[in-house]
Design a protein around this ligand. Structure first.
Ligand SMILES: [Zn+2]
Length: 331
């Protein structure tokens, strides 16, 4: 009998070792979002650089998001990071979470799941607080991970933690303190992330492949291109037929297309404070649209069409753009 129990304990032990080993080498965490209706269409809003307790027109942008969200019957909302200014959250009990999120995005249409990445400002606080599932008990809409995948049937979204790529945050932090717990050793972190993203993109059979990060790959705004991402991330996106790259960081709205591939670069970083007059190189042919002010973006996807619209702080449409795909028969 004792031998029998030891045998079972051994089996359970082996099972535990096996499962914990596999999860510690797990790929990016995956989430599922069912598409709407039989045609599999999706609609969502994208906003970035927002958390300022409603100030700097954050509340006005939120009001318009609510109205447009009502019209589009949203599936979810995407935040491109710099969720809480100036220095992220101080902890899971920081009132800034409710004051800048729960009490600002109050419209009925925005009571959907929010998928968020971290920005550089978020790394200046207690980074792990924003990732803590306890925040979902305060506001169930909140979901923020460093990097993850969202499968929404016709589209697959790859959320990428871009702050660790930026050399200057490590080499010349200019008086800012970054909470890099969970990111060091940095080179391993970046190498593993790139490998996971490449594998996931390669294996994806989604009609639309959409990558979301905080930092721009291409931008005509204040920060401009992020050379580390141009060098390390962009080749992976180009090799795997990514349709859209969406980011914040520059406090503007912009649409840039690449000459090297069909990938479209979309900045939605106008969630609150804007930097009027701070731009560079907007006369390039690649820059299809640039607005140096507050606002947000909507995306409506079907199997064969993507419609992307930028709105200003009064809800006015600033730029609308469509891309069509051939309907590939599965027969
Ligand atoms: Zn930023």
């Amino acid at each position: 009998m004792a031998a029998m129990s030891s045998f079972f304990l051994l089996i359970i032990g082996l099972f535990l070792v096996f499962t914990t080993t596999t999860t510690s080498f797990a790929e990016l965490e995956r989430f599922e979002e069912p598409a709407k209706g039989a045609d599999g269409s999706l609609s969502f809003l994208v906003v970035g650089d927002w958390g300022r307790r409603g100030t700097y027109n954050q509340s006005q942008v939120s009001l318009q998001m609510g109205k447009i969200g009502e019209k589009l019957d949203l599936n979810f909302v995407i935040s491109t990071g710099d969720n809480f200014y100036d220095n992220g959250l101080a902890g899971t009990n920081d009132p800034n979470f409710e004051e800048s999120f729960t009490k600002v995005y109050t419209a009925k249409s925005l009571q959907k799941q929010w998928y968020s990445v971290l920005g550089n400002h978020d790394y200046r606080g207690d980074t792990e607080a924003q990732l803590d599932p306890i925040l979902r008990k305060i506001d169930s809409r909140w979901l923020c991970l460093r990097s993850f995948i969202l499968n929404a049937e016709i589209a697959e979204f790859f959320f990428i933690d871009t702050s660790p790529f930026v050399d200057s945050y490590f080499n010349t932090p200019e008086g800012h303190t970054y909470d890099w717990r969970g990111v060091t050793p940095r080179n391993n972190y970046i190498a593993n992330l790139l490998k996971d993203v490449e594998t996931a993109l390669r294996e994806s059979s989604a009609k639309w492949k959409i990558v979301v990060g905080h930092h721009a790959i291409r931008s005509a705004g204040h920060h401009g291109d992020t050379p580390e991402l141009v060098k390390q991330l962009l080749p992976i996106l180009q090799a795997n037929n990514v349709d859209l790259y969406m980011n914040g960081h520059d406090h503007c709205l912009e649409h840039i297309s690449s000459i090297e591939s069909p990938i479209q670069f979309l900045t939605s970083g106008g969630g609150s404070k804007a930097w009027r007059g701070d731009l560079k190189g907007t006369n390039s042919d690649d820059v299809k649209f640039f607005y140096d002010g507050q606002g947000f973006m909507s995306v409506q996807l079907t199997q064969t069409n993507a419609e992307i619209i930028f709105y200003d702080v009064s809800g006015k449409i600033l730029h609308k753009w469509n891309v069509s795909k051939e309907l590939q028969s599965a027969m």
